[in-house]
Design a protein around this ligand. Structure first.
Ligand SMILES: Cc1cc2nc3c(=O)[nH]c(=O)nc-3n(C[C@H](O)[C@H](O)[C@H](O)COP(=O)(O)O)c2cc1C
Length: 251
């Protein structure tokens, strides 16, 4: 395999970035890392990791993936963190995990995409979303040139100091509790038992029982189930009832 980009994505932003970069590279596979058998040795010249920022750092699944993957030789590894606004220490964390495997991050980028953390924020306006998609396209040519020429460059840092400095601590403190936070998902009577939530959950954390979704407490908290529900039947406690859902329209 010449090039492979592994992605994790709840609402499609990271999938869009992964697919767009892959189009610019020749012979590039795009692989959902949640479905990848980590015991398989990865033999590629360039490896990309694209993921959403969660609480100033990386999702649990990225930590697990980078700790478990088996890499042949020393490929050119790059990462892209997609975020709403602050990327914290996510790329530093990726590099730290690679160092344990005697590998390194040759380049790392931050791309601001539409916000999907509906528990705190409403979806961005359509205008803001379009602006973000436009800026993503512009940044992509820069990223792909660096990746194609396998340039080693200092990876991008968040423009704020506080999230970079405290990113690891905040991220670790919050995301480690995510697997069981799914107890707060609720279903209202609009649920049609269509099973979409079960299908979109990349970590197979949802089972339909008695025609209703149940969450099995190994949640990554990507919010894909809530955001993708076609009838807005899923909520998180009392936080999301009045908020507009977001799914990336380009994937
Ligand atoms: C659990 C969770 C935590 C998040 N934390 C942050 C954050 O710390 N900083 C930020 O800028 N965006 C944060 N976001 C927003 C996402 O990183 C951003 O919208 C991302 O592009 C979503 O990618 P996806 O569509 O591939 O899932 C968070 C989203 C979720 C679901």
């Amino acid at each position: 395999m010449e090039n492979v980009i592994f992605y994790f994505s709840g609402t499609g932003n990271s999938l869009q970035v992964a697919t767009d970069i892959a189009e610019k590279l020749e012979e590039c596979e795009v692989v959902n890392l949640a479905k990848f058998p980590v015991e398989t040795e990865i033999n590629a010249k360039r490896i990309g990791i694209v993921f959403p920022v969660y609480f100033w750092g990386i999702p649990n699944i990225i930590r697990r993936f980078l700790s478990e993957i088996k890499l042949a030789g020393t490929p050119y590894i790059f990462a892209v963190a997609t975020c709403g606004n602050v990327a914290g220490s996510s790329l530093i964390q990726v590099n730290d995990l690679l160092k344990i495997k005697n590998q390194k991050l040759y380049s790392g980028f931050i791309i601001k995409m539409p916000e999907n953390y509906i528990i705190y924020y409403d979806a961005d306006s359509k205008e803001k979303q379009q602006k973000r998609f436009h800026d993503e396209k512009e940044k992509l040519s820069h990223i792909s040139q660096i990746v194609i020429s396998k340039k080693e460059i200092p990876f991008e840092k968040s423009k704020y100091v506080i999230d970079t400095l405290f990113g690891k601590i905040v991220n670790h403190a919050v995301v480690r509790k995510f697997p069981s936070k799914d107890i707060h998902f609720t279903i209202n009577d609009k649920c049609t038992s269509c099973g979409k939530c079960e299908k979109v959950c990349s970590v197979s954390n949802i089972t339909i029982k008695n025609n209703k979704p149940t969450w099995n407490h190994h949640c990554e908290f990507c919010l894909g189930c809530l955001q993708n529900c076609p009838v807005n039947a899923i909520d998180y406690g009392d936080k999301t009832q009045k908020r507009t859902r977001y799914i990336n329209p380009n994937v």
